[in-house]
Design a protein around this ligand. Structure first.
Ligand SMILES: [Zn+2]
Ligand SMILES: [Zn+2]
Length: 343
């Protein structure tokens, strides 16, 4: 019967693919350099194309995760980024879209390699509260897994995350928060009121540099921190498109939703403002992420960008989930690819 033939063919195809899926390890195959993977390029608004914010910076086979929105570990799995390679998580701030996937990211890392020390979660004050809360929320789950698989497979001592809180001194806009070999990670203040502090991160490694804005308005402190970087990953929204959605909500009688949407432009840059920041910082390329609102039709991308491409001369992209921006050391190249669906 055609149905059973289809089933047998499907089974054969999956069986053929499984060995490759099991051994895939793109993070381990990258050339020496700084590699920025966009895990989630969306926002809290439901978006079939883009999950909540998360980036993964890969250096020397180590993955440094910046924020972990809902869907982070699932998308990392689709990108074949092994959770066992996660070295640390860095938090920009604690809006729900940036922390919703943190518990699962930690769980996946723990079961992938429980012999590693507990996952460091590095961030501003508040990191400890979020980590303590998630550790407690996942305490029963950890107990189930130790009971089911045994302590030799899942180490009961390393399953809870390890909060590492830093405070940027008064009067300062930035500080080095992590050094690992030739990698230096610098946190810097951005403007995302009323959230204090809201941070971005700059990564420097062997002459290459990348900056992740976190959530911010057009921000002079970001422009200073991003000076001369090879790549700027900046959040952005379209006021025009968001207001259209807000007005539709108001017309439908959804006044609370309409007002919440109308408040959002207060604390995110537009794409032209992100382009201004990129130009003023003198960066090599700009990837726009945290895209608000969703862009279900390709034709909306030009409206979202408005005149951003006229304001910044370098390459400018709307990031997509799975994008990988590679900055090999010893060169000035930027190579762009996408890790989802690669074979
Ligand atoms: Zn935010
Ligand atoms: Zn956000």
């Amino acid at each position: 019967m055609p149905g059973s033939l289809r089933s047998r063919v499907s089974l054969a195809l999956v069986r053929k693919q499984l060995p490759g899926l099991m051994t895939a390890d793109p993070a381990g195959e990258l050339p020496d350099g700084l590699h920025v993977a966009i895990v989630g390029s969306g926002s809290p608004l439901p978006d079939v194309k883009r999950r909540n914010p998360c980036a993964a910076v890969i250096v020397d086979g180590k993955i440094f995760v910046v924020d972990a929105g809902e869907g982070a570990s699932e998308t990392m799995a689709r990108m074949q980024l092994s959770p066992g390679r996660i070295e640390a998580v860095l938090m920009t701030h604690f809006h729900s879209d940036h922390i919703g996937g943190l518990g699962t990211v930690n769980l996946q890392r723990w079961v992938a390699d429980g012999d590693r020390p507990a996952l460091p979660v590095i961030g501003p004050p508040g990191t400890d509260r979020v980590v303590d809360g998630l550790n407690e929320a996942y305490a029963l789950d950890r107990g189930y897994r130790v009971g089911h698989h045994g302590p030799d497979l899942v180490n009961p001592d390393t399953g809870a995350m390890d909060a590492r809180v830093f405070t940027i001194p008064d009067g300062e806009d930035s500080m080095v928060v992590l050094e690992d070999g030739d990698l230096t990670v610098t946190a810097f203040v951005v403007q995302h009121p009323p959230i204090e502090p809201a941070l971005g991160y700059r990564f420097d490694y062997r002459g290459r540099s990348a900056v992740i804005s976190g959530d911010t308005n057009y921000s002079p402190t970001l422009i200073e921190a991003a000076q001369g970087a090879d790549l700027l990953v900046h959040d952005a929204l379209s006021t025009e498109l968001l207001m259209m959605v807000s007005e539709a909500a108001r017309d439908a009688g959804l006044t609370t939703r309409a007002q919440i949407l109308a408040d959002v432009p207060d604390y995110h840059a537009t794409a032209p403002e992100a382009a201004d920041a990129a130009r003023e910082a003198g960066v090599g390329a700009l990837a726009i992420t945290h895209i608000v609102p969703p862009l279900p039709l390709k034709g909306l991308e030009a409206i979202f960008l408005a005149d951003a491409e006229e304001r910044f001369d370098g390459p400018l992209w709307l990031a997509q989930d799975g994008d990988l921006y590679s900055l090999p050391s010893g060169s000035d190249q930027l190579e762009r690819s996408n890790l989802i669906g690669r074979r």
